[in-house]
Write a protein that binds this ligand. Structure first.
Ligand SMILES: [Zn+2]
Length: 100
């Protein structure tokens, strides 16, 4: 279960995202509503697959994480499409770690 875990960055083990904010758009990559805080990521203007997107990088070590798009469904507004290989999930209760 990822319902109460925190996604840590594999690059530098900084906390990035709460798994409660994860949702599935069917694009094959995990999507998130928001990062754990504004200090976790840096934003860089980018062009991705013909859609204007913003590149998301790790604020700590500048590793590429994914992109943020403004086309999220319903009232979410924006979605963070994060490469799952950049993440590991740590369950806050059991401490169990799941990659991806
Ligand atoms: Zn990092």
């Amino acid at each position: 279960m990822l319902c109460c875990s925190v996604a840590l960055l594999l690059c530098c083990h900084a906390p990035l995202i709460l798994s409660q904010t994860k949702f599935d758009t069917g694009c094959g990559w995990p999507n998130f509503y928001q990062p754990i805080n504004d200090q976790a990521v840096s934003y860089i203007d980018d062009f991705f697959h013909g859609t204007q997107g913003i590149e998301v990088r790790c604020h700590h070590c500048n590793a590429h994480l994914g992109h943020v798009f403004a086309d999220a469904p319903q009232a979410i507004g924006q979605r963070y499409c994060i490469n799952s290989v950049a993440l590991s999930f740590t369950d806050q209760q059991s401490g169990e770690v799941t990659e991806g």
